[in-house]
Write a protein that binds this ligand. Structure first.
Ligand SMILES: [Zn+2]
Length: 296
């Protein structure tokens, strides 16, 4: 399942090709993915100009001039492949190689830039958990997006806001940080990483870092900073992998994000002076990786 940094990397990869471009031809090659395609999917997009390509949590939002906003979700295995006269590229490949099999090419967008350069953007999704839906007006009020919490990118999420979100909560920190109604777009990998950076245990009762007092304020500030930095670092690394990929032109140099705790069970903790070992536990049916020595 792609996490927010991958989706943002996809957005940044698609942006130069799609923003300001005209949709010359749009083809859905099957009636549905996770959900049926909207009625008149192709007709409502064809001939229109894309004014902006945005993102909210793990949803991409393609804003159409005078028309709907197309909300796209990558699901488990979805990817966009860009084909231009210079070759092809799949932005946002972090942890898993993406399918290039034409059998799984489900949506084709043929676009023309303002200068007339033609490109093709293909949505490929072997498992078909991805989807595309129309939002009329602002996508923020669409049922898929309406209940989402604060973005972990930018400077909105600070210690004060995080403390107010966690105040009075009895659930473990891990569960609270995965709750999309509080913070939107954080997933299993980056929650483990952020908690390790902040030195906080995933098992800890969330409300304890929100209580009034200097120590709690310091902890919520540290955790907010760790969440923002872990996401920002991953996005930056995704961007650099794209540059490498373009340079090597075809030899697949996939970026492997170097996680501090995720998928590192039994390895020594890399916190200076810690000496602990990374453990894997299961919380709400999902793996959590942490160091019980330095995460309290
Ligand atoms: Zn440690």
């Amino acid at each position: 399942m792609p996490e927010l940094p991958e989706v943002e990397t996809v957005r940044r990869g698609l942006q130069p090709v799609l923003e300001g471009a005209r949709l010359v031809r749009v083809e859905a090659r099957r009636p549905d993915l996770r959900f049926p395609f909207p009625r008149d999917f192709s007709a409502r997009l064809t001939g229109k100009t894309i004014t902006a390509l945005g993102r909210r949590a793990k949803y991409l939002t393609m804003h159409i001039d005078g028309g709907p906003v197309l909300i796209c979700h990558l699901g488990m295995s979805g990817s966009f492949r860009i084909e231009t006269s210079d070759g092809s590229d799949i932005p946002g490949v972090f942890h898993h190689e993406r399918s290039k099999s034409a059998a799984h090419d489900h949506v084709v967008f043929d676009v023309a830039s303002a200068e007339g350069a033609r490109s093709r953007v293909i949505f490929n999704d072997p498992r078909r958990f991805g989807f595309m839906l129309f939002a009329e007006g602002t996508p923020d009020t669409h049922p898929m997006l309406a209940g989402l919490g604060v973005e972990p990118t930018g400077n909105t999420l600070d210690g004060v806001l995080l403390a107010s979100l966690l105040e009075g909560r009895r659930s473990p920190l891990k569960a609270a940080l995965l709750d999309q109604r509080l913070i939107a777009g954080l997933g299993n990998i980056y929650v483990s990483e952020a908690l390790w950076r902040a030195g906080l245990s995933p098992l800890r009762e969330s409300g304890t870092i929100a209580k009034a007092g200097k120590k709690a304020a310091g902890q919520s500030e540290r955790l907010a900073g760790a969440i923002r930095s872990v996401i920002a670092d991953a996005i930056a690394a995704g961007g650099s992998s794209l540059r490498d990929y373009v340079q090597t032109d075809g030899s697949l140099g996939y970026f492997q994000h170097s996680f501090a705790v995720y998928d590192r069970e039994g390895e020594p903790c890399s916190t200076p002076g810690c000496g602990g070992q990374i453990e894997r536990i299961v919380q709400s049916g999902r793996s959590t990786f942490y160091c019980r020595t330095c995460q309290r």
